[in-house]
Structure formats: structure tokens, C-alpha cells
Design a protein around this ligand. Sequence first.
Ligand code: CDP
Length: 202
Amino acid sequence: MGFTVAIDGPAASGKGTISCAVADHFGFAYLDTGLLYRAVGLRVLNGAVAIDAARSLQAEDLESDDLRTAPVAQAASKAAAIPEVRSALVDFQRAFALRNGGAVLDGRDIGTVICPQAQVKLFVTASDEVRAERRYLELAAKGQNVSRESVLADLRERDKRDRERDAAPLVAAEDAVVLDTSLMGIEEAVAMAVEVIEGRMG
Ligand code: CDP
């Protein structure tokens, strides 16, 4: 039987870094589900219709260097509000979650919609300013020409859209453990996540 760790949270909350580290720690497979939506967003920016893009997504769509840019993130968030886009991506995510050997999935709706039966659910959050600073440093390190203000505005706009949409809105599952990383370094956050997961592994 699979062992699924669902890690949700708002933009740039640290969920990707934590997911990667815990997957590494336990030897689980890792899926960044945001990449699926970003790949759809990128194809929309290149002229595709969102639903068609989601239905015909290919592995190589996940490899573009452009996926981590702010315009693609915005296009992803717009496409992610379309129910048919979300439903086209469900089977792949669920199959990944149940693979042998354990899986970590991060996103917005993993604990609520994709894997309500996940053995572990974490909801990772941090203040808007801390998240914006982390994302700004990440994008600047990649040589992207962005300002702190534009990064903060992008996160707030996406979070609002992601929280207020009807289809699988961003919300903590009732049984999720909330991890506020505003005042934590990455090592501390990962250690806490590992502790929660170990507690559920029995
Ligand atoms: O890295 P960051 O947290 O900024 O974003 P991401 O996880 O790559 O997700 C990009 C966008 O995809 C989000 O703003 C959501 O609109 C959407 N998304 C979603 O709706 N459901 C998911 N499971 C993952 C991402």
C-alpha cells in the first residue's frame, strides 16, 4: 500500500523545499503539482486553450526553464481556476500518490481533493512579507529582473484567486498539521515535518 504525504500551502510558503527534503529523508518520490499547472499556464501563454493544454500535457512540458517565472505563475493560477483543467490532472496525481514506496505531493488541494486519505497532511504557511522575500531572492538568484514589490503583489494576487475559486480552493484540510515557517529556518521546518511524518508511520 502507498504512503502519501500531502503538503499544501500558499505561494512560496516553503512547501517545495520542505517536500523535497522530506522525500529525500524517507526515500519517497516527490511530485511538485504546481509544475503541472505552470506547464498548462505556459502553453496558454503560447496560444493554447487551457483545457486542451491540460488534457494533452506531456512529460517534456514539465522541463521548460520558463516555468518558474512570475507571468507563468499568474497564467497557471488563472488556468487552475477552471474545473475541467483540474479534473484533467487528477488521475495522474492520484496514481503518483499511491505508487509503491511512498510519495510526497505538494500543491493547494492535495489534502482536500487529490488525496483526502493521505496518511500525513501538512499545511505550510508564512507571512506575506516573508514569502515575498524568499521568492524574490529565489528569482533574483536565477537572474530574473523582478522587484520585491512586484513579487509581493504577484503572490497576493495569486493567493486571493487560489483561495476564492470554487474549484478546489486553497484551504487547509481539517486534519492538516499547520506549519507556520515565518520565523523558522529551513532546517527547523524540515525537522518538524519529519517528526510529524515519523509519528504517523508508526
Ligand atoms: O511555487 P508557488 O507556490 O508560487 O506556486 P506553484 O505551487 O508552482 O503553483 C502555481 C499555481 O498553480 C498556483 O498559484 C495555483 O493557482 C496552481 N496550483 C493549484 O491550483 N493546485 C495545485 N495543486 C498546485 C498549484
